[in-house]
Design a protein around this ligand. Structure first.
Ligand code: GLV
Length: 329
């Protein structure tokens, strides 16, 4: 017999924040840990959970059918493409996410990938360890300045704006494309709106910061990659499926572009047989955009705030946009 509501927390989320959920929610809820995959084994707690704090577990009718008591899905992250919001809304389940608190961390990683590419940092590190001391060593390929180069930002939302500010500090010229121009950001950051094709043709670096939606899936494919300069680099810290990975591999092999910095992939973890693994004009990181201790803690606290509100019978503060203007009942 359970006297308190049950909150199910994904083990990966707990591992980032050991004990935090128990400490913050234990007074009002039982906290349990478990994960699931579509069609896989479902932990018994799913059937009892009134709240779930989730990483990238897929939430759709299949799991919702098994979670009859659920009142809130608290996504630990800003992107919620893994959650079928409509199915949740239909069942009176709130969906929240963690916008804002991770924007600077993702922007910092974006700049890091850009610097790794422009200064060949990964290669340079390997050179020191393996070659520098050899009398017959070869030469490292020369890098490229960011100073004075053009950065094209696709999606000037919360994260795109943070990237723009950092790029301006590096004295880059910043172009952006979005569904609509952001005049205030243009004034405050000195960035310039262009259509996507102009951005692709004019940029030395292109960075993707759009959410994954039916409209942005495959947004950058063969046609778009062919429009880029052969000396340009593409960086993706948004979602793997925004960039067609097959087309990207072709572009990297054929020299349509100079290289790529990728934190996200169509299928994660990236499999060992992916062509990207053996390419030396790419820098790869394992979806770590928000993976810093400060940011992950801020995200966890935001999830706690959302769960607590719902368990207290209130509307959670960080609803996804689709649920902002509707009553969930
Ligand atoms: C991470 O991928 C997020 O959605 O925040």
């Amino acid at each position: 017999m359970r006297f308190k509501p049950l909150v199910l927390v994904s083990p990966g989320v707990e591992a980032d924040n050991p004990g935090l959920f128990e400490e913050m929610l234990g007074g009002m809820a039982d906290v349990s840990f478990g994960t699931f995959r579509r069609g896989g084994v479902v932990p018994a707690e799913v059937g009892e959970a009134e709240a779930m704090v989730l990483g990238l577990e897929p939430v759709d009718d299949w799991i919702l059918d098994r979670a009859p008591r659920l009142r809130i899905v608290a996504r630990y992250g800003v992107g919620y493409d893994t959650v079928d919001v409509e199915a949740c809304t239909r069942r009176g389940i709130y969906v929240t996410h963690t916008p804002g608190v991770l924007s600077s961390a993702v922007a910092e990683l974006t700049m890091g990938l850009m610097l790794c590419l422009s200064r060949r940092l990964i290669r340079a590190d390997r050179y020191v360890r393996e070659d520098w001391w050899r009398p017959d060593r070869g030469r490292l390929q020369m890098g490229m300045d960011l100073n004075g180069k053009v950065l094209g930002i696709v999606g000037l939302g919360r994260i795109g704006v943070e990237v723009a500010a950092r790029a301006r500090a590096f004295n880059m010229k910043v172009l952006y494309h979005d569904v609509e121009p952001k005049r205030e950001a243009e004034r405050s950051l000195g960035v310039e709106y262009t259509d996507l094709d102009t951005l692709l043709r004019s940029s030395d670096f292109i960075s993707l910061h759009v959410p994954l939606t039916p409209r942005t899936r495959g947004l950058i494919g063969e046609r778009e990659l062919k429009m880029m300069k052969p000396t340009a680099y593409i960086i993706n810290t948004s979602r793997g499926s925004v960039l067609d990975e097959g087309a990207l591999c072709k572009a990297l092999k054929m020299g349509w572009i100079a290289g790529a910095g990728l934190d996200v992939f169509e299928k994660e973890p990236l499999q060992r047989d992916s062509e990207l693994i053996n390419m030396d004009n790419v820098v790869l990181t394992p979806h770590i955009g928000s993976y810093t201790s400060e940011t992950r803690r801020a995200m966890a606290l935001m999830c706690v705030e959302n769960v607590r509100a719902v368990l207290e019978g209130k509307r959670p503060p960080n609803l996804v946009p689709e649920q902002k203007d509707i009553i969930i009942s």
